[in-house]
Ligand binder design. Structure first.
Ligand code: 4NP
Length: 149
């Protein structure tokens, strides 16, 4: 799961999918990263921690890290939150195989629309709940796909 800072959207996506993977009894590694390095080592934004916890997905233990080329080797699927994240991870892709791992996450729940998960960082509390609902819906589709593999 990849966003810009790895303190708002992608840690929540990570926390939600991690729990759904565990609940499904699957053994799949879920992780998240940011394309920027500003917040490396930081816990998720307090507002996103509160939102995750309120819906049953605590994410306080996660720590931000920066997306790196090795992530293309270590992961089979790379979900980005918006087009700018996608441009940034594509810039680090070495091969067509790397590029083929990258998906806009809302295309799972809204195929072909290229919708973006809005960055809630500079907005109000409702923005965080909106992000939760979008990511909950998208990760439901993803967990169904992973369960049927
Ligand atoms: P995220 O949100 O990409 O969802 O983690 C952001 C967090 C921090 C900043 C930008 C986006 N920032 O510029 O510090």
């Amino acid at each position: 799961m990849v966003c810009l800072g790895n303190i708002c959207r992608s840690p929540l996506a990570d926390g939600i999918l991690r729990k759904k993977v565990a609940n499904a009894g699957l053994s799949i590694e879920v992780d998240s990263a940011g394309t920027a390095g500003y917040h490396v080592g930081s816990a998720p934004d307090n507002r996103m921690q509160a939102t995750g916890k309120s819906f049953g997905y605590p994410i306080n233990d996660l720590r931000a890290r920066q997306f790196e080329v090795a992530d293309y080797d270590n992961f089979d699927l790379i979900y980005v939150m918006d087009k700018s994240n996608q441009d940034n991870v594509f810039n680090l892709a070495r091969t067509q195989e790397d590029r083929s791992k990258v998906r806009m996450i809302l295309n799972e729940s809204h195929p072909g629309k290229d919708l973006e998960v809005p960055d809630p960082y500079y907005g109000g509390d409702q923005g965080f709940v909106d992000v939760f609902n979008l990511l909950d819906e998208a990760t439901d589709v993803i967990i169904n796909q992973l369960s049927n593999k």
